[in-house]
Each structure stands twice: as structure tokens, then as C-alpha cells.
Design a binder for this molecule. Sequence first.
Ligand SMILES: Cc1cc2nc3c(=O)[nH]c(=O)nc-3n(C[C@H](O)[C@H](O)[C@H](O)COP(=O)(O)OP(=O)(O)OC[C@H]3O[C@@H](n4cnc5c(N)ncnc54)[C@H](O)[C@@H]3O)c2cc1C
Length: 238
Amino acid sequence: MSAWLTATVVAAEMAIPDGRLLTLDVPGWDGSLPGQHLDLRLTAEDGYQAVRSYSMASYGPAGHVQLAVDRLPDGEVSPYLVEELMPGDQFEVKGPIGRYFVWRTMQSEPVQLVAGGSGVVPLMAMIRAHDDSESAAPFRMLYSVRSPEHAYYAGELATRVGERFRLDWVYTGRTPNGWPRPPGRIDREIVEELIIAPGERPTVYVCGATGFVEAVASLLVELGHDPLRIKTERYGGA
Ligand SMILES: Cc1cc2nc3c(=O)[nH]c(=O)nc-3n(C[C@H](O)[C@H](O)[C@H](O)COP(=O)(O)OP(=O)(O)OC[C@H]3O[C@@H](n4cnc5c(N)ncnc54)[C@H](O)[C@@H]3O)c2cc1C
């Protein structure tokens, strides 16, 4: 069982209208596998504590830990992390957590990632690990965002697209000018068109708010994907 460690914020930048990237220095951190998360604990002056889970976009044995946090307007913890936290501030973290929702470089099968909003965070760690490795496994991601401005890591993702990594977008609220598809949620047609076919036996990682993950996982099963090859991470919410 890992211990609580002190994390110091070294950078905090708004990345989307309601979301922020946090870079943390965590002395004693042992590193993480691509896809894992940590627990974050805030302690108020009166001793009140709140604990929430956050995925890591970083991976590997050392270096800074990177998180991306969406501000939920009625949330207890996320508005503080997005609006108030400053470089130099400290809180505690524990982890890494999770051995199931991870990608390992020895996996040789095709990989399909499906991200909803900040659900891209652990998938980003997988994309980075894949890119940094010699893996020949084809990687593909379908990334659903409200609008182009709501995409985390858009610049970095664009630089990683290539022979081994394909990226497709779904816009639920507003599309870029001239986009061929009207805004809408991931549906059957999109899954058929933009997700690696079940016959190729991909492992599919789906991450985002609970409703998003459940809707996508149901469509995948309906379209013939092996439920045992669908790995999900649910962030919460209805
Ligand atoms: C394994 C794991 C990894 C996570 N990784 C991330 C991450 O990388 N980035 C991130 O921003 N969040 C992530 N979350 C969600 C995070 O743990 C918190 O739930 C979130 O920040 C809200 O906390 P809060 O205290 O602001 O809201 P709370 O006060 O706890 O909740 C406010 C309301 O929002 C609902 N809610 C909680 N999460 C969501 C959601 N995702 N979508 C819609 N409604 C929600 C709750 O059910 C509640 O009704 C992750 C959750 C899990 C379980």
C-alpha cells in the first residue's frame, strides 16, 4: 500500500475554457504505467479532508506528474484545482493506482482509444508511451469534445499523428468551419466508420464521464466487439 506523498504544483495552466493542466513535483514518486491514476487529498485548515481520483497524462519511472482537471461548476474539489491553486501550493497524492486500465509496450494487438473530454488524460499517457517505444501496434483514437477549444493536448496530438497513430474527432457542440459532419454524439455510424473493426481484434480503451463510457461500450458490444477486449475507466457523473 503506497503512502501519501507531498506534491508541489510547479505549473498550472488553463488548457481549455473550463480545464487546467497541473504539473506536480512529487519527491518519492516511483513512477506509473500508462493509464494509471492517483488519489489526490486536500486538507483544509480545520482538518477537513477531501479525496478525489485523477488520471495521469505522464508515465514512466521519474519526472513530473501531469494531470488535467475539468471544473465541475457544482463540484467541491475541481473548482479549487482549476481556479485557485497556484504554483508552489501543496497537497498530497497517493498512487499509482490501477493495473487493469493500462497499456504495456509488449501488447502487440491494434489499440483503439475512445476519449470523452478529460477522459483523454490516461489515453495521452498511452499515446506517449507508444510513440516513445518501438511498438509496431497500430494506435487509433476517437476523441469526442464539445468544440475545438475544448480539446486537451490538441497541439501535441497533432504532432504525434503518423503511420502508427491515427486521430479522429467528434464534436458534440460546435465543429470547426467546413467540418463534414454536424455536431453530435458518438453513434452507431461513427463507431462503424471510425473505430477499428472487431475482426481486427483490437483492445479498446474507453475513458470519460460515466454516461459517455457506458454509451460507447454498449455500441461497441452491439457492433460485435468482444466485451473482454473493452477496457473502461469511468470518471463519475450521471
Ligand atoms: C479513476 C478516475 C480518474 C479520474 N480522472 C479525472 C481526470 O483526469 N480529470 C478530471 O477532471 N476528473 C477526473 N476524475 C473525476 C474526479 O475524480 C472528480 O470526480 C471530479 O474532479 C469532480 O470532483 P468535485 O469534487 O469537483 O465534484 P463533486 O463535488 O465530487 O461532485 C459534483 C457532482 O458532479 C458529478 N460528477 C463527478 N465527476 C463527473 C464527471 N466526470 N462528469 C460529470 N459529472 C461528474 C458528481 O456525481 C456530483 O453530482 C476521475 C475519476 C476517477 C474515478
